[in-house]
Design a protein around this ligand. Structure first.
Ligand SMILES: [Zn+2]
Length: 84
């Protein structure tokens, strides 16, 4: 399994035009997005919990993932060396 740490970002503002993906209340898991690509995952850039599995970074366009473990915001498109 390849695990890419995401880049922590400040809480997005409405004018940023991004979609914040976060866990439903009462859901204690940290995986927010599950895709079909094997052996790849992305983790919170602050606490390291896995936030996505099976998704390559470029597939999450204009999304910010809010970690259900530590509450930080992470941007999937800013993973170094993956999107280049
Ligand atoms: Zn976290």
């Amino acid at each position: 399994m390849l695990v890419f740490p995401l880049r922590p970002v400040p809480p997005p503002r409405p004018e940023d035009g991004v979609t914040v993906v976060q866990a439903r209340s009462g859901d204690h898991g940290t995986v927010l997005v599950i895709g079909p690509t094997a052996h790849i995952a992305m983790s919170c850039g602050v606490c390291g919990r896995v936030l996505t599995t099976g998704v390559v970074p470029g597939q999450l366009h204009a999304m910010v993932l809010r970690c259900n473990g530590c509450g930080s915001f992470n941007h999937p498109e800013a993973v170094p060396g993956v999107d280049d």
